[in-house]
Each structure stands twice: as C-alpha cells, then as structure tokens.
Design a protein around this ligand. Structure first.
Ligand SMILES: Nc1nc2c(ncn2[C@@H]2O[C@H](COP(=O)(O)OP(=O)(O)O)[C@@H](O)[C@H]2O)c(=O)[nH]1
Ligand SMILES: [Mg+2]
Ligand SMILES: [Zn+2]
Length: 292
C-alpha cells in the first residue's frame, strides 16, 4: 500500500516520515542515488509499507526549493534573527540572507530579538532599512517572552529555518518554542557551537502547528552562480524601478542615465545601497577568479 508524508529526519539511509497515520522509518533504495538525488528533511515523499512502521521510499515529490546548508527541502520561511542590543547587527549578512530568500522563494521574517534591552538606534536602523522595503520585522524577547505569540503565528503551517549571527539568540528562541530541544545557549563560544552543528543531522521539529529547523550556517545556497547584473532583481526596493535605466545591463553603480540611483535616499536606503555596491564587487571578484 502507498502512503505519503514528509521526511522529518534522515540518518544514514533511514528516513523518518511523518504521515497522518503516524511516523514511519523508511529506507531509500539505490535508485535515488542513480538519479542523482537523495531524500532530505522537508521532502514530501510516497512510500510502500513493508511491515509495521517500516517502509521503502518510492518517490520524492517536486520540491519548492532545496537548501544546501543545511540540506533541507521545501522551506517556507527564514527567520533572520538580529539582536536589538548586542552583538551589533551584521546588516550585510541580513542583506545576503534576504537575497537568498528571494532566489529560493522563501519568505523572510526579520526577528529583532532582545527587545528587553533594546537600543533605539538599532531598532530604528532595522525598521528603516528593512520594514521600509516590505519585509516583516518582529520585535521580541526570548528572555521575557514578549512578542513570542507573533513568532508562533508565523511558524504555524510553515517549515521554518532560523539564521543569523552567533549570539543573537537563535537557540534561546528555539528553546522558548520547544523546551524539549534544550539547545546549548551562550553563543559566544561560537566554535563549539559550529562543531556541534556540523556533526548533527538536520531535523525538523514539530512546533506551533508547523516545523522548525535547527540553526543553519550563514549560507543556505551557493551564490557562486549569481550574476552581478542580476543582484538588483533580489532587492524589492530596486526591482520595481529597473525598467527606468537606459542600459538593460545596468548594475546601478557607475552607468549613465540610471533610473535607480536617483532613488537613493528616498525609496532606497543609502546604507543598504552601499552594501549592495560591495556585494556587486564581491560577485565580480568571484567571477574573475572563476575564469582565471
Ligand atoms: N537580554 C536578552 N538576552 C538574550 C535573549 N535571547 C538570548 N539572549 C542571550 O544571548 C546569548 C546568546 O544566545 P543564544 O541563544 O546562544 O544565541 P545563538 O548563538 O544565536 O544561538 C545568551 O547569553 C542568551 O542568554 C533575549 O531575548 N534577551
Ligand atoms: Mg545557537
Ligand atoms: Zn541603473
């Protein structure tokens, strides 16, 4: 008999599949390797049951997206966590994660954690740079619980990943949502934190009527293939003005008759723009090395 469900974790060639009839442990046959794909958490699959609670995977249903770090499919939302106090926000990391969300079709939610010790300047900067271009920004505190209901509502019916700098409170937030996780908190011992995650298998935790995934690294996708000229398409505040440039290949930095540059200071935040320029340079640099 054919069943269907979602993979919530995989260890070796054994995958735990959650269905309406409970969880099954399924083995992947060699055929997946042959077609050059392997099942990952988040995958919607069909499988055949061979005995009680055990089966063989038959098909992986088409994926909405596939992240590489961590390897997970069909992610709906990325919670980009920043701290309203310390550590000082890494805006450039947030920009890059937002671009990756735009590419992968993931809805980003910016979480301004530690609002219990909020620095007004940081809050103002985050709102003026991100809320202004349409991104959702939630102010909350893992410590006091303030604003956590809004986060829970975002998770409902979605597969969510948490990302962001070390020590912004990702583990604290996940522990607040699912105390049974008891993730190590402290963040500043970043090295041990990383070591731990590289040896762990990605696992979807069922919470708040959705699922969340243990902390990924800083890069969900390989952006090596991203063309500098395409970067602007992933900035919502630039995207709507691209047809106003004289040259279709305009990257909006030094070109004449650019329709985007005049908007710096109004629709486009100057700091976000200057980080965009750096990002373009980085992508160009990558290209140069690629063809060396
Ligand atoms: N004041 C305050 N501190 C917090 C909050 N959330 C986390 N922290 C502290 O920030 C530090 C890093 O937290 P952690 O969850 O390990 O961050 P991670 O590296 O992003 O997983 C710890 O000392 C936490 O106790 C919060 O909402 N308010
Ligand atoms: Mg952590
Ligand atoms: Zn332009």
């Amino acid at each position: 008999m054919e069943y269907s469900g979602r993979i919530i974790k995989g260890i070796g060639s054994f995958y735990t599949v959650k269905t309406d009839e409970g969880e099954f442990v399924c083995k992947a046959r060699g055929k997946f390797r042959k077609i050059g794909t392997s099942p990952v958490p988040g995958d919607l699959v069909t499988f055949e049951v061979v005995e009680d609670g055990k089966g063989y995977l038959s098909e992986i249903l088409p994926r909405k997206n596939l992240l590489i770090r961590p390897a997970v499919a069909n992610v709906d939302k990325l919670m980009i966590v920043m701290a309203a106090s310390l550590p000082k926000p890494d805006f450039s990391l947030t920009d890059k994660l937002l671009v990756q969300c735009e590419i992968a079709g993931i809805t980003p939610v910016i979480i301004l954690n530690k609002c219990d010790e909020q620095d007004e300047e940081i809050r103002e900067a985050v709102l003026s740079q991100y809320a202004s271009c349409g991104y959702a920004v939630l102010s909350l505190s893992a410590e006091t619980g303030e604003g956590m209901d809004a986060l829970k509502a975002e998770i409902k019916d979605n597969i969510c990943c948490f990302a962001g700098q070390s020590a912004v409170g990702k583990s604290s937030l996940m522990n607040a949502l699912a105390p049974e996780l008891s993730l190590a908190v402290g963040g500043l011992s970043e090295k041990t934190d990383r070591g731990r995650h590289t040896t762990r298998h990605a696992e979807l935790w069922q919470v708040c009527g959705g699922a969340m995934l243990d902390t990924p690294g800083f890069s969900l996708l390989d952006t090596a293939e991203l063309e500098p000229v395409d970067l602007c398409k992933y900035y919502p505040e630039m995207r709507e003005h691209l047809n106003q440039c004289r040259f279709p290949e305009c990257v909006h930095i030094t070109e004449p008759d650019c329709g985007v540059k005049p908007l710096i200071g109004s629709n486009i935040h100057p700091e976000r723009y200057s980080r965009y320029c750096k990002f373009v340079e980085e992508l160009k640099e990558k290209r140069r090395h690629k063809y060396d």
